[in-house]
Design a protein around this ligand. Sequence first.
Ligand code: CDP
Length: 222
Amino acid sequence: MKKIIIAIDGHSSCGKSTLAKALASHLKYIYVDSGAMYRAVTLYFMRHSIDLTQEKDIIDALNQIKIHFEIIDGHNTCFLNHENVESDIRTMEVSNLVSEVAAISLVRSKLVEYQRAIGKDKGIVMDGRDIGSVVFPNAELKLFVTAQTKIRAIRRYEELIGKGFDVRLEDVLSNLNKRDHIDSTRKDSPLIQADDAILVDNSYLNREEQLNKAVELVQKRQ
Ligand code: CDP
């Protein structure tokens, strides 16, 4: 079976990573959560009080950052400079700043270079905002996932509550709207549906239905 690159982009909390993880596990592919990388950079910037208007400080900080992933207890886990930050990068504080950090071109070019290196041997499912449009424009399969805003907010709220975070639905909803706006209107690599991406609205699809739909599309491309 030919190994391919699968790019999954879409709005905040639309279930991209749920689908990407399930698809990668079904195909025995590598799963890469590019959003986790932007979140890890944001966490580093927050911890070191990096001024987002100071280019030199950003360059120096980026030179200090190493991100990698490990599978721990079956879960994809993000490490920042060898520290497990999987939980710390999911807080509302990080969610509230990440889109501003992700709009900085210096940040994007460093992470895109790393993402391309991980995908060089194919057999990869990567989710994010610009994977089909910028990171892997030649990906064999591109999906653009979306769902109604209220449904996305409830899903993320339940996920965060399930992980023990103390959050309010209205804050989650306003964060989603804010990130979608910044992500879609930024100059560098805005969130757009690539011309050749297939739109998947999963508002009323369960996980299994969503996976089956994606698997069918993969089979046509292998
Ligand atoms: O899980 P959720 O959809 O809420 O977000 P995420 O995938 O963890 O991404 C967090 C943020 O990182 C997004 O809101 C974007 O600002 C940024 N991001 C990006 O700019 N490009 C990517 N390829 C992935 C994420």
